[in-house]
Design a protein around this ligand. Structure first.
Ligand SMILES: Cc1cc2nc3c(=O)[nH]c(=O)nc-3n(C[C@H](O)[C@H](O)[C@H](O)COP(=O)(O)OP(=O)(O)OC[C@H]3O[C@@H](n4cnc5c(N)ncnc54)[C@H](O)[C@@H]3O)c2cc1C
Length: 395
């Protein structure tokens, strides 16, 4: 177990550790000595900040539980739903191919779990897989994360992939930590960049940290596989090549027993509703739209353009918009052809979810709003009035 200790003789209560702690996990006790609180994450910022060298961290020696040499190849978890592969699978295959080719990694495997899994093999190979490995499930287990992970984990343990990439969809986000825990390895969630370190061969997994103010690059040096989830639209898929050849394998598993979760019912989006993750045009309302009374304007404009409505977080927090419309670091990542931001300031946490849009158009009455620094077209004007004018023009 990791322990953190304060030497009370050396600590002079200067408080520099309190300022350095990003988690607010240190305070001064009644004798003006630093005291570590339960929410300490052992990030060590306080150790470096203490001018008295009064803080000491003692960590258990790292135990390598696996022989790292036994692991090779990149696997992409090929999530599918309603008879279709998720778009993020193609994106991950494209990135896996690049990593494999740049670093002489022997093979990219698309890993499928589910009742109709094998049918996707030609698509997966055409988009970059060298091998498709499928694990059949009975239809009643389709879409049940617990069943999928129970079926997948023993096969992963058998084949020893070095890297596993999973799309950060709702399903992928639920499966990835369950799998990492079954495989006793680490997981980096919501990566925005992947690379392989030339010297160590380790996967460098980059993701936003501290509210998006820092980019952290994380490695998993002592456990395998190295696992990462990546949000949809972060990478671009490779072009489809129908001539690519690949191996197709099926692994049978014994019937799954003692599952704690049973899928009773799946509720689909209402007919006609466009999922913002898949939308080609998004009209997003920010606080500058002036609140709930003007949301119908944004909805009308989106409908006239054949697009979907998005939202910034404050509108979701205020209960004006539903969470499934939130775009950004703690919402969805989108990559539409056109992104129309209405009264959106362009905070870094919002940009994290939409900056890969092909064309960004921003309406804001403040010419210095940060959104204009990434917008391709900027309109300095009142947002509700401009939306009204656009509706009239389109009509
Ligand atoms: C950990 C963390 C995670 C977060 N995750 C997300 C996230 O996922 N998504 C997200 O969106 N935010 C997120 N946020 C919040 C984020 O920091 C911003 O507060 C938020 O994006 C701002 O939303 P906004 O642009 O609607 O509002 P504001 O920042 O208040 O901006 C409103 C803009 O509208 C303009 N304006 C005002 N009146 C008008 C008018 N009449 N006409 C035209 N323009 C006008 C203003 O000039 C201003 O630029 C997160 C924050 C944290 C700390």
């Amino acid at each position: 177990m990791t322990e953190i200790r304060i030497d009370r003789n050396l600590c002079n209560g200067c408080g520099q550790c309190i300022e350095a702690c990003p988690f607010g996990a240190i305070r001064l006790d009644s004798e003006d000595r630093a005291e570590i609180l339960d929410n300490c994450t052992f990030c060590c910022s306080c150790v470096d900040a203490c001018p008295q060298n009064a803080i000491e961290i003692e960590a258990d020696p790292v135990v390598k539980t696996v022989n790292l040499e036994d692991y090779s190849g990149i696997w992409v978890f090929a999530e599918h739903k309603d008879g279709q592969l998720r778009q993020v699978v193609y994106e991950l295959l494209g990135e896996a191919r690049k990593l494999a080719e740049d670093h002489h990694i022997p093979r990219v495997t698309a890993f499928l779990v589910g009742s109709d899994a094998k049918t996707f093999a030609p698509l997966l190979i055409g988009y970059g897989a060298d091998r498709v490995l499928s694990v059949p499930l009975i239809a009643e287990h389709d879409g049940n994360e617990e069943a999928v992970c129970a079926a997948a984990a023993p096969i992963i343990s058998k084949y020893h992939p070095e890297i596993i990439l999973i799309g950060a969809t709702a399903f992928g986000r639920s499966c990835a930590p369950r799998l990492a825990s079954r495989l006793k390895t680490g997981l980096t969630a919501d990566c925005t960049a992947l690379a392989i370190d030339k010297e160590s061969g380790l996967l460098r997994q980059t993701r936003p940290a501290f509210g998006g103010n820092l980019m952290a690059t994380i490695i998993c040096p002592n456990h395998r596989p190295q696992m990462a989830t990546v949000r949809p639209h972060v990478f671009k898929p490779a072009a489809f090549d129908g001539k690519r050849q690949g191996e197709v394998l099926t692994e049978e598993i014994s019937p799954l027993q003692h599952l704690a979760v049973r899928l009773l019912k799946t509720i689909k989006n209402p007919e006609g509703a466009i999922n913002i993750s898949d939308a080609e045009i998004i009209v997003t309302a920010g606080k500058g739209m002036g609140g709930a009374k003007n949301i119908p304007l944004v909805e009308e404009l989106a409908a006239l353009l054949g697009g979907a409505v998005g939202s910034t977080r404050p509108l979701v927090d205020a209960g004006i918009m539903p969470y499934n419309k939130q775009i950004g670091q703690t919402g969805k990542t989108v990559g539409p052809k056109i992104y129309l931001a209405c009264g959106v300031s362009g905070a870094i946490q919002h940009l994290a979810g939409m900056s890969s849009a092909e064309t960004i158009i921003a309406i804001n009455n403040d010419p210095d709003a940060p959104i204009f620094s990434i917008a391709h077209y900027g309109i300095v004007a009142d947002a509700p009035d401009t939306v009204r004018e656009l509706i009239a023009l389109l009509k």
